[in-house]
Design a protein around this ligand. Structure first.
Ligand SMILES: Cc1ncc(COP(=O)(O)O)c(C=O)c1O
Ligand SMILES: N[C@@H](CCOP(=O)(O)O)C(=O)O
Length: 466
């Protein structure tokens, strides 16, 4: 499989190339040159597979030409062996046609482990083949960082530098990152928002001498491999509910648009998906877009669901590229205009097309807390603030007779204050994290300036090389 940039000016690459490149050289995002499609019989043949087998089957067309199928299956088996639930991604029935798929049974208790546990191994495999080292720079609003650190710690060919927004994650999220003291891990606390962190990552990629000198790579969902590894659990959910002989809908708490774009990709590959409901917090740019084609940036406000405190949803560019029938120069022009004006000029026809599949629902903090409380009272289910937003979106956007699966993206113990305030309960961290608050923390505060961040990245690479 070859990959093309959404902005049309970068060379096409194979899967290994895309994995290591992260962001395309023209600032765009890599997309499969053509979409693989599975027939109804292909989907039926996947029923009964274990999760690692299913993941390898679904991802095989994307890695074809770079990674052979046996190797991919072996990596998938290793990646999901450490998940604490035997089903890897169990589903809980909340109502007659409403289910929650729990994606948080990996080591860092959020859905990011689903892709990151595989990505760490894919990086190791490809870098060993090519005898190379890379520096991973990542931006996190709370969960990507710890999942990347856990997946990449102590890997000799990887240096990992994670930027988080100072004071804007939960204490559990921050400590999951900053208490990992491995020499190949560095944590930078940026004086800014997650969007600033993400902009820094993109700016470092745009600085070609720096990018080449540091051998930069990415683990955010701007890296296609992240999105590809998030597709299989949508397939698992749909098959469990009767696909391909029955339609399903998904509801996804959304920030950077990577998770819900994986659902879109599953549909594009032939999975019968009726509706995609997007849940947002008060940072509701995507809900405003779907309601009235208003994709205009507003200042980010901290919320009970900090991982979704995002205004620039990077993966929206991938959907836009498709909505524009893959017109890369128009896509590039719209994205450049967005960064210049803070408003994205999506053509009306594309917006209308998006609204035939996507529906948005935004919950402010009081509504999020009310949803957590209601769920607990009526079903005894403890949903973290992000998952609760997804479940509320599922209820608001459900189609009669079609089951909706809401993605439960984080364990409630990651957000103890919100859970306590909503339910009076504070779920315990699992045994491997029980002493998290006694561990030593290490991170460096950096000003919101590219030169300061680049200096810190360079210093961490030199320190580990010494
Ligand atoms: C717990 C949780 N839920 C939802 C999201 C939003 O997912 P995405 O950024 O893929 O839209 C995130 C962050 O990405 C998250 O950490
Ligand atoms: N919510 C994320 C933000 C980054 O998203 P990604 O999927 O692009 O890595 C986080 O928790 O860090």
């Amino acid at each position: 499989m070859r990959y093309v940039s959404t902005r049309g000016q970068a060379p096409t690459l194979d899967f290994s190339g895309v994995l290591l490149a992260g962001l395309a050289g023209d600032g765009g995002l890599y997309m499969p040159e053509t979409w693989p499609e599975f027939s109804a019989d292909d989907w039926r043949a996947m029923r009964g597979l274990s999760y690692p087998e299913l993941a390898a089957r679904v991802m095989a067309p994307f890695t074809a030409g770079s990674i052979d199928q046996d190797t991919l299956l072996g990596l998938c088996r290793e990646a999901y062996a450490g998940f604490t639930h035997p089903a890897t991604v169990p589903m809980v029935q909340l109502d007659r046609d409403l289910f929650a798929m729990e994606l948080f049974h990996g080591p860092t208790l959020a859905f990011k482990d689903m892709a990151m546990q595989l990505l760490g191994r894919l990086f190791d495999h490809v870098l060993t083949q090519q005898d190379r080292r890379v520096t991973i720079v990542g931006a996190t609003s709370g969960d990507t960082g710890s999942a990347a650190i856990e997946a990449c710690r102590d890997r000799a060919r990887l240096q990992v530098v994670i930027l988080h927004p100072l004071g804007r994650t939960s204490a559990v999220q921050r400590r999951q990152m900053t208490t990992v003291l491995s020499p190949n891990i560095a944590n930078l606390a940026l004086e800014g928002t997650f969007d600033d962190c993400q902009d820094m990552v993109k700016a470092m990629f745009a600085d070609a001498p720096f990018r080449d000198d540091m051998q930069l790579s990415a683990v955010n969902s701007i890296n296609w491999a992240r999105v590809a590894a998030q597709i299989p659990y949508y397939v698992a959910a749909a098959l469990a509910l009767g696909a391909p002989d029955r339609e399903v809908s998904f509801a996804v708490p959304t920030g950077n648009f990577g998770n819900v774009f994986a659902a879109w990709a599953a549909r594009r590959m032939g999975l019968p998906v009726a509706r995609l409901a997007i849940g947002s917090n008060g940072n509701d740019i995507l809900a405003r877009f779907l309601a009235g084609n208003d994709m205009s940036m507003r200042p980010v406000t901290p919320s009970l669901s900090p991982s979704m405190d995002i205004q620039v949803s990077s993966n929206f560019e991938r959907l836009l590229f498709e909505l524009l029938d893959r017109d890369a120069s128009l896509c590039a022009a719209i994205m450049t205009g967005f960064r210049q004006t803070g408003r994205m000029a999506v053509p009306d026809a594309s917006w209308r097309q998006a609204t035939t599949l996507f529906h948005g629902e935004a919950l402010d903090d009081p509504a999020t807390e009310a949803e957590i409380r209601r769920l607990h009272r009526e079903t005894q289910y403890l949903a973290d603030p992000h998952s609760a937003i997804g479940i509320a979106a599922a209820r608001a956007c459900a189609l009669p007779g079609i089951p909706t699966v809401a993605m439960a993206t984080a364990h409630p113990a990651k957000f103890p204050d919100a859970m306590l305030s909503a339910t009076g309960l504070s779920p315990a961290l699992p045994p491997h994290l029980a002493d998290l608050f006694e561990r030593e923390e290490h991170f460096r505060v950096v000003p919101n300036r590219l030169d300061a961040v680049q200096d810190a990245v360079r210093a961490s690479v030199l320190k580990n090389a010494a």
